[in-house]
Design a protein around this ligand. Sequence first.
Ligand code: MLT
Length: 410
Amino acid sequence: MARINDNYLKLKAGYLFPEIGRRVSRFVQEHPDAKVIRLGIGDVTEPLPPAIIAAMHAAVDEMASRETFRGYGPEQGYDFLREAIAEHAFAARGVEIAADEIFVSDGSKCDTGNILDILGPENRVAITDPVYPVYVDTNVMAGRTGQATEGGRYEGIEYLPITAENGFQPDLPSTRVDLVYLCFPNNPTGAVASREVLKTWVDWAKANQALILFDAAYEAFITDPSIPHSIFEIEGARDCAIEFRSFSKDAGFTGTRCAYTVVPKTVTALTASGEAQALHPLWNRRHTTKFNGVSYIVQRGAAAAFSPEGRTQVRGLVDFYMENARLIREGLSAMGIEVHGGVNAPYVWLKTPNDLSSWDFFDRLLSEAHLVGTPGSGFGAAGEGYFRLSAFNSRANVEEAIARIKNWLG
Ligand code: MLT
């Protein structure tokens, strides 16, 4: 008889964002006239920049003619895109990443989960708490954890709390850990890591033969010039880190889908017999076996994000969302609410007023002010009592949302 992967039954709740979606749909069904504003999931609202649209249109035209039509492309991505990424995202910052160390994909969410395919089940994992839920859930699915505990955590994972008390900077693991997920600028808290902090992590990883899975999906939102955009800006990181990047948030590709993962040829992990094995050929094997590449049209659009006009237009989008973040942060602060983030990241992390639980705050904000955010506890036990507002929305909606919160809190 066919057997299921029993690890799925360990998963506590549904995935966070569909659960929010369900609650919002129910509310909208019961209150069809309510004008609900969504600052929950970090989904962009502004159209793709004109340079990207023009490149996609041209690519569509190429597909219309026998001479320029394309079928399957290289699974790892077209050279024109991998080379543009190597030049503009890395070489321009003094970071040497070869084009063939870049694997183009349809999303960082998928890649952060898929990377587990090439890593053994016995690896012990550390994650921050709160954290982007995909890192936890995919490890549960892969059987790398025990059961869920009362407090909403899983046995077998080392949780590294990030709280206002430690400035949202995780301590190094206190037990033996093989894999650690770091996300900077951080989702959900909006915190960033300095060069010194990242160096501490790289030194720790090298000393402990551990691997850093570095999620840099929000690097474009960094405004402080002293903050690294890539883990590979830190000496030695090429030997102990994999980095995930995305076109979703800065270039507006959440619906279009394009991202990339950087696996340096020098990063290794151990075989069962204790020999160092490069991860690059394993990821290449996985990628070429299970993935057929991002569409040519989308890759042409992504490459246009690096053209001179594209860069200016993408910067304009980022600045637009960061102005929203400033309005949210300063608006809430003026109401006496404790706020974090929103300076180098498109997320504002607030302490719920009157010690409301995260979900109580969510339900009241939805039913009384018709606003959607993300409950901090949905990102982990240490997120309880916090709430995340996303800056991805129109200016009018952000201004309206702040006015509603002000009105609501009286
Ligand atoms: C979020 O809201 O945390 C993100 O949009 C989720 C994602 O990028 O998958």
